[in-house]
Design a binder for this molecule. Structure first.
Ligand code: PGA
Length: 250
């Protein structure tokens, strides 16, 4: 039985004062929620703050990207070892906002996935089709193209306990959520694809849905079979909304 996981992806939002209010409210408001794993992935400069406020609570924290190298002359990059030093548990890799805008390749994302795992972080690897790919009937092909480099680079052991987020690009930040059935179908395709190569890992990998999840649609989406939780953007920036989404995951 996979435990549900709800992760807030703050993207490039926040300030010390706003974060303090949000993190304090979450720490307080989610104290009694023990049926679901909860995390927030914050911008790098706020990792220290997340650690300071959330240490000792049941809410974990993480980052939104990681370098594909251990250390060295990589200006502007942040390593997995550094994330570990700030107590991070999770790191998002391959978010569509990154591979679109910063040209991350599938091979590069697979390296990030492997390095995160190697340092004991849980990578949250994002896949998802564009609207054009969905409408032209190549959605599964597009998702497989993103998934396969990870499946071939990483053995079953690396995939074990990892997290994949299915995030249809057309649903991110648009208020157009996938229907529960669309999301379920994509999730079962992803799990079957993993099972074909790494049957053992397929059962333990948690597959989150992301894309305009909010407090109104969360319960329906997160109750679908094969949907093991959510990756939440805007809905994670408001304490009441994020709390409702976490409570809806059971
Ligand atoms: P959204 O973002 O919830 O604002 O659509 C989700 C994501 O990009 O992870």
């Amino acid at each position: 039985m996979r435990r549900k996981l709800v992760v807030g992806n703050w993207k490039m939002n926040g300030s010390l004062a706003q974060n303090k209010r949000l993190l304090d409210s979450l720490a307080q408001g989610l104290r009694d929620v023990s049926h679901v794993d909860i995390a927030v992935c914050v911008p790098y400069p706020y990792l220290f703050q997340a650690q300071a406020v959330l240490a000792g609570t049941s809410i974990a924290w993480g980052a939104q990207n990681v370098a594909s190298h251990d250390n060295g002359a990589y200006t502007g990059e942040v390593s997995a070892a550094m994330l570990k030093e700030f107590g991070a548990s999770y790191v998002i890799v391959g978010h569509s906002e990154r591979h679109g805008a910063y040209g991350e390749s599938a091979a590069n994302i697979a390296e990030k996935f492997a390095i995160a795992k190697g340092y004991g972080l849980t990578p949250i690897f994002c896949v998802g089709e564009t609207l054009q790919e969905r409408e032209s009937g190549v959605m599964e092909y597009a998702i497989a193209n993103q998934l396969d480099p990870i499946l071939s680079v990483s053995g079953g052991a690396l995939l074990d306990q990892a997290v994949i987020a299915y995030e249809p690009v057309w649903a991110i930040g648009t208020n157009k959520t996938a229907t529960p059935e669309q999301a379920r179908a994509a999730h079962s395709f992803i799990r079957e694809r993993i099972a074909a190569l790494h049957p053992g890992a397929a059962e333990s990998v948690r597959i989150l849905y992301g894309g305009s999840v909010n407090s109104r649609n969360a319960a329906q989406l997160l109750s679908m079979s094969d949907i093991d939780g959510g990756l939440i953007g805007r809905g994670s920036l408001d304490a009441d909304d994020f709390e409702s989404i976490c409570r809806a995951a059971c």
